[in-house]
Design a protein around this ligand. Sequence first.
Ligand SMILES: NC(=O)c1ccc[n+]([C@@H]2O[C@H](COP(=O)([O-])OP(=O)(O)OC[C@H]3O[C@@H](n4cnc5c(N)ncnc54)[C@H](O)[C@@H]3O)[C@@H](O)[C@H]2O)c1
Ligand SMILES: O[C@H]1[C@H](O)[C@@H](O)[C@H](O)[C@@H](O)[C@H]1O
Length: 339
Amino acid sequence: MSEHDLRIGLVGAGRMGGDHARRIHERISGARLVAVGDPDADRAEQVAASVPGARSHGDPYEVISSSDVDALVIASPGVVHEPLLLAAIERGIPVLCEKPLTPDSTSSLRVLEAEQAGGKRLVQVGFMRRFDPEHVELRELLRSGALGRALVLHCAHRNPSSPPGFTSEMMIFDSVVHEFDTVRWLVGEEIRAVSVRRPRTTSAAPAGLADPQLVTIETTGGVVADVEIFVNCGFGYQVRCEAVCEHGTALAGAAGGLRVHGTAGWGGRIDADFSERFATAFDREFQRWADAARTGGVDPDAASAWDGYAAAAACEAGVRAQSEGTTEVRLVERPGFYA
Ligand SMILES: NC(=O)c1ccc[n+]([C@@H]2O[C@H](COP(=O)([O-])OP(=O)(O)OC[C@H]3O[C@@H](n4cnc5c(N)ncnc54)[C@H](O)[C@@H]3O)[C@@H](O)[C@H]2O)c1
Ligand SMILES: O[C@H]1[C@H](O)[C@@H](O)[C@H](O)[C@@H](O)[C@H]1O
């Protein structure tokens, strides 16, 4: 630890907040956690107690206004991201905000406006797949043109089970929000339209949840991505994306790891959850964010507030498409600030 470390404040001390606190303490260099805030003061205290030198606040805004906080991590539920982001932008500190930027495009636009008014890029959205080695390799391959142009993407996003209160709409704006960002980032084009189909529902789904769903995403350049979102698959956590190109295909997220051949069978293992599947991605995301924040810059490969807004707009179209059929995505003109 050095006096030049980036001093990080964390708001939201739930599952992700706890993970990120550990990550910063154990695996990120040049940065340390100094304050944790959560309206649930016990949670804040518990997470702060797990990191030597960190203190807790029952008011998250006290963390944001603390003069010894150089940069902020937001790991609270999406519905409260906007006021926390606006407070961080007002103080002029870099912020890494867990997905989503905000839950809808109107509030995302307010964040974009505040950031532009401050004149400096400060916001990064936690779309961690951008740091997953296989997804990075797939993007580089697509950009190299070695397989020709991408035509179709086949994506699967499976969770073992949905948390209590998870709704059919959340399957779009809490889960498929990752694919909206991944597709835009892989292809380098905005999303033009979204449609949703509902196959028959798994008997494992809680009452009222239409699970799985098939989401079709069309980009402005004519790439079509199909996404199977299945949040009660029961057996583990899987995220896959296969790109079909003019001269070949490439798949990120194929079952990897050790392949075991044993009595009467062979097999490998499946990750249990996102913290396992994307452990390396989260670590890289945080290290690169901290490195950029320490020098007053932003990571050009990370998701910006613009990316967060574009994903929110696609999610809105996706939720409308659940009942209205194919729905177009309308974006404001991209400001030069986010070029
Ligand atoms: N990148 C990923 O794969 C991934 C995975 C899970 C969750 N997330 C995102 O991380 C965020 C947190 O999710 P979680 O699963 O940790 O939720 P959680 O419910 O476990 O924890 C959220 C915490 O935020 C606190 N909180 C509520 N209002 C607050 C406020 N105004 N200010 C500060 N804290 C407040 C709650 O008391 C709670 O302790 C969400 O945005 C979620 O979408 C991302
Ligand atoms: O909040 C979580 C998280 O974003 C996971 O990465 C995703 O797989 C889940 O579907 C979502 O509910």
